[in-house]
Design a binder for this molecule. Structure first.
Ligand SMILES: *[C@@H]1O[C@H](CO)[C@@H](O)[C@H](O)[C@H]1NC(C)=O
Length: 361
């Protein structure tokens, strides 16, 4: 894959010349999500001499696409006390940029109401005394993120946060029209079409820590544009910068155009390779998958099969977006670079190849 030099204006390049910061490593996180006591996941509100304490796990809760998950939350009083009031519980989901919260569920006593996308999927688990855990079933990619468990006892109101992380993979995406063609809304659409969603900063950071190095800037879910660099080099922010996530900060969601980082989770189905002796055109490839009771695989499905199912095939195949790629789990001669990865031939106008099909189990 060619690494394009970043042909961006001087305003962007100056980010690479000394003013680079890790915008999300600073106090921002701690001020907004954690609390005044740093990373202690125990928050308190005082009233009548007793304090209300809400506890959530400090470590992230890991799950995967399609699974059911419980986000633990418990509360108690110090010193212990029987509250006569009816406790209200409210769960909300924090946005990546912490600007707004999305309502998930509210409950009073045994009655609860879930909202929006969580209707029919979210419920409260109150098995233990003073438990306020949230159960979400049939997890979706966009459920990944931080959730606030809020306990309201009369006027007292205390909350704490649970971090839900879906097992998944981040991949950079460029559309057939080429590099830096997507505004934010088109980027969302492009990921959706690949069976994925726009990645969050924490997903990109995780991918970077696992080895992702990509010298093209892409949109993230919070509207910032960033790219992950393991090996500092001149066209990718410069040699003098430490490895890390290079950030262009917030960009205009309509006017500015970049690539995108998409996030795709584990699969319920499988990806198989079909071939014909003479190869196939894209149209023939789509038909071949249909004839096999499957559909042509999307880019996110190929990445997920490579990462989670160890898919390894040293033959190029069509994908739904008209790109041609192949997944290598065990690098070897004549199968691309020395690192495992999904190799990309771009979007050939002509040519005959095999095809990757996706089949639900
Ligand atoms: C999730 O829970 C629902 C019931 O709420 C159940 O029908 C379903 O089988 C569960 N799914 C998994 C993957 O455990």
């Amino acid at each position: 894959m060619l690494l394009f030099p970043l042909l961006l204006g001087a305003t962007l390049l100056c980010l690479g010349s000394g003013s680079y910061q890790r915008p999300f490593y600073n106090g921002f996180y701690y001020n907004h999500v954690m609390n005044d006591k740093g990373d202690s996941h125990e928050k308190t509100a005082y009233f009548n001499g007793a304090k209300l304490v809400v506890e959530t796990p400090k470590d992230p809760v890991y799950s995967f696409n399609g699974a059911n998950v419980t986000l633990p939350c418990h509360y108690h009083y110090e010193p212990d006390l029987e509250s006569k009031r009816k406790i209200r519980i409210k769960w909300s989901k924090l946005r990546d940029d912490y600007t707004k919260e999305q309502d998930v569920l509210v409950a009073i006593g045994k009655t609860s109401v879930a909202f929006g996308d969580f209707q029919g999927r979210a419920s409260l688990r109150q098995a233990g005394r003073r438990e306020a855990s949230l159960v979400v079933s049939d997890l979706r990619l966009q459920d990944d993120g931080k959730y606030r468990c809020e306990v309201i006892d009369g006027l007292e109101d205390e909350s704490n946060v649970v971090d839900l992380r879906l097992q998944g993979i981040v991949f950079p995406y460029q559309p057939p029209r080429g590099q830096y063609r997507l505004n934010f809304h088109e980027a969302e659409q492009a990921c959706r079409e690949q069976g994925a969603v726009v990645a969050t900063f924490s997903q990109l950071l995780q991918a970077w820590s696992e080895g992702l190095d990509w010298c093209n800037a892409g949109w993230l879910a919070d509207g910032t544009v960033q790219y992950p660099i393991r090996l500092p080099r001149k066209p990718c922010g410069g040699l003098h910068l430490a490895p890390g996530i290079r950030s262009y900060g917030q960009r205009h969601r309509h006017l500015h155009r970049f690539d995108v980082f998409c996030f795709s989770s584990t699969l319920r189905g499988e990806v198989v390779y079909l071939e014909r002796p003479a190869g196939m055109t894209l149209e023939e490839a789509k038909q071949a998958c249909q004839d096999a009771g499957a559909e042509i695989a999307r880019v996110g499905q190929l990445y997920a099969a490579w990462k989670f199912l160890g898919l390894d095939r040293c033959d190029a195949g069509w994908l739904a977006d008209g790109s041609v790629r192949y997944p290598i789990a065990k690098p070897r001669a004549n199968c691309g670079p020395a690192e495992p990865g999904v190799r990309n031939f771009g979007f050939p106008r002509t040519g005959r190849f095999g095809v990757f099909c996706y089949k639900e189990r």
